[in-house]
Structures are given as C-alpha cells and as structure tokens.
Design a binder for this molecule. Structure first.
Ligand SMILES: C[S@@+](CC[C@H](N)C(=O)[O-])C[C@H]1O[C@@H](n2cnc3c(N)ncnc32)[C@H](O)[C@@H]1O
Length: 271
C-alpha cells in the first residue's frame, strides 16, 4: 500500500465552484441576522474573544467583529482565508484569520466562545468530529461556550428530497442525495458547472439528532448542553419539527465536579 494520504471531499469542494454558491447563499441582511442570533444565543458582550471555526470567507466573523467582539477565524480552504483577510482589511477590522484544520487546532484557554455555524461538522469520521469538539473545548477559557449549528437529522429525514437542482451566482448545480442509514450520513453527488468549467464531487455529511449531538459534546468534555431549534428567522424549543439544530455547551470550570479541570486529551494518533 502506498503511504499517500487520501484526499477528503471537503479539501477540494469548497475551493471550487461551490465556493461561489456559498458566498451568494445568504445576502448581507440574512448574514447580519445570523450574527445577531449567534450573539444572542451565546449572550456575548463587547470585547469578548470569539473563534469562528470554520469561518469560511469570514461571512459571520466580520459582522461579529463589527459588533465589538474580538474575532479570530480558522478555515482549511486557503482561498476562503485569503478572501476573509481581504474583506476585513477593507473594513479596517483587526481579525486574526488562520488557515488550519479545525480537527487538530491548538488553542489553549484563549476564547470566551467558539462558534461552529452552518453545517460545518460531520464532514469526516465520527472520531474526527470528536477530535474537533475536544479542540474546541480546549480552545475555550473555563466556563466558555461552544455553539454548533447544523441540520436536524429528524427534520431532514422526514422532509427528504433526493434531488436538488438550481442556479446560484451563475453556477448550475445538481445534487443527488441518498441517506446511508448504517452510517447515519447523507451521501451527495454534486454536479456543478459554470461556462466551460465542470466539477463533480462526492460529498458525505454525518447527521445528528439532538440526543446524538448531546452525546458527542458530553464525550468531548462539555457540560450544561442546551439544544435550541431555529428556522433561520426565529429560535424555538428544539423538537423533531425544528428545521435546524443549535447546541450550546460550556467548558467546565475548575470548581465543577469531577473532571472539570481540563477536557480529555486529544488523540492526535486517531487521524
Ligand atoms: C458550509 S461552510 C460554512 C462556513 C461558515 N461557517 C459560514 O457560515 O459561512 C463550511 C466550511 O468548512 C470549512 N472546512 C471544512 N473542513 C474543515 C476542516 N477540517 N478544518 C477547517 N475548516 C474546514 C470549509 O472550507 C468551509 O469554509
């Protein structure tokens, strides 16, 4: 067997034509509304340090910085990080954007909050999701909060559509989706084209129920896990009818009971 590392789908997908789709998906007003939702759910105050992870092209990082938060962003896609830096410079905002893999980022007790927004978990193995959540826990100051926003598995399966077609930002997009029940993942085949450029990607995302998300966050060392439902406009009690899931969890304080001092060690050998 060769020692060559297998490329994972998200290494190429976001830097390709889908990057244009993502940039056009939410307009300014919707993005600012999402940033306000993040601030409200986490109860953030001016001057607090927040890590947006992954930050993509700085879509939420920039409006959160404009609200007076000290922002940093991590993303794997080089072109996104470069664009985010450019946009922040244009707005004269001092934001630290870092190109890194969130599954092995190495912050230690730096942030008041870590935000994982818009279906940005579940891309690789369950072990990798756990590794990421442990890194997020370690990145927080004791008592700091972690927010994950993603699809609600229960809603998605009861509204399952195996086919999506459309045109966004000049990109023709066709997506064939199936649910792999054994793995708890959706498996998509994306065909994207713009002019003579044609791309095809196999995408796979782990879905979480509220209970599964709670288990993941507990294993990663978090406590006080709260689940909230939303539909992009309003927050509501989380149920199977919630379109989207928000989980908020807290890094334990030293004064919390057993095991509260540090999140479990990160098993870097697992990757
Ligand atoms: C759906 S986008 C969301 C971006 C941003 N949170 C937003 O709301 O616009 C998912 C992002 O995850 C990034 N990503 C995927 N795998 C990653 C990894 N292992 N480490 C860091 N970033 C990753 C991609 O580059 C992409 O920017």
């Amino acid at each position: 067997m060769s020692g060559k590392k297998r490329t994972e789908w998200f290494e190429a997908f976001f830097g390709g034509l889908y990057g244009r789709v993502l940039a056009a998906q939410f307009g300014t007003a919707r993005t600012v509304a999402q940033a306000r939702l993040v601030r409200r759910v986490l109860g953030l105050r001016k001057g607090q340090k927040v890590l947006d992870c992954p930050c993509g092209q700085g879509r939420l990082t920039i409006p959160l910085a404009k609200m007076g938060l000290k922002m940093a962003g991590v993303d794997l896609t080089g072109s996104f990080v470069r664009r985010a830096r450019r946009l922040a410079r244009q707005e004269r905002l001092n934001i630290r954007f870092i190109q890194a893999d969130m599954r092995c980022m190495d912050f230690d007790a730096e942030f008041d909050a870590v935000v994982n927004w818009f279906t940005s978990i579940g891309y690789s193995s369950d072990e990798d999701d756990l590794a990421f959540c442990r890194c997020a826990c370690r990145a927080l100051k004791p008592g700091g909060k972690f927010l994950v926003e993603t699809m609600n598995k229960s809603w998605l399966l009861s509204h399952f559509k195996p086919r999506h077609d459309g045109k966004v930002a000049g990109v023709c997009l066709s997506n064939r989706v199936r649910y792999d029940a054994a793995a708890g993942r959706i498996r998509d085949i994306y065909s994207l084209s713009r002019g003579s450029k044609i791309e095809r990607h196999r995408v796979s995302i782990r879905l979480y129920t509220g209970a599964e998300m709670r288990t993941l966050l507990t294993k990663a060392g978090f406590r006080d896990i709260r689940l909230v439902g939303h539909d992009w406009k309003k927050l509501h009690r989380f149920t199977r009818h919630s379109r989207r899931l928000i989980a908020v969890a807290r890094r334990p304080l030293p004064s919390d009971a057993a095991g509260g001092l540090r999140p479990p060690a990160i098993n870097r050998g697992a990757r």
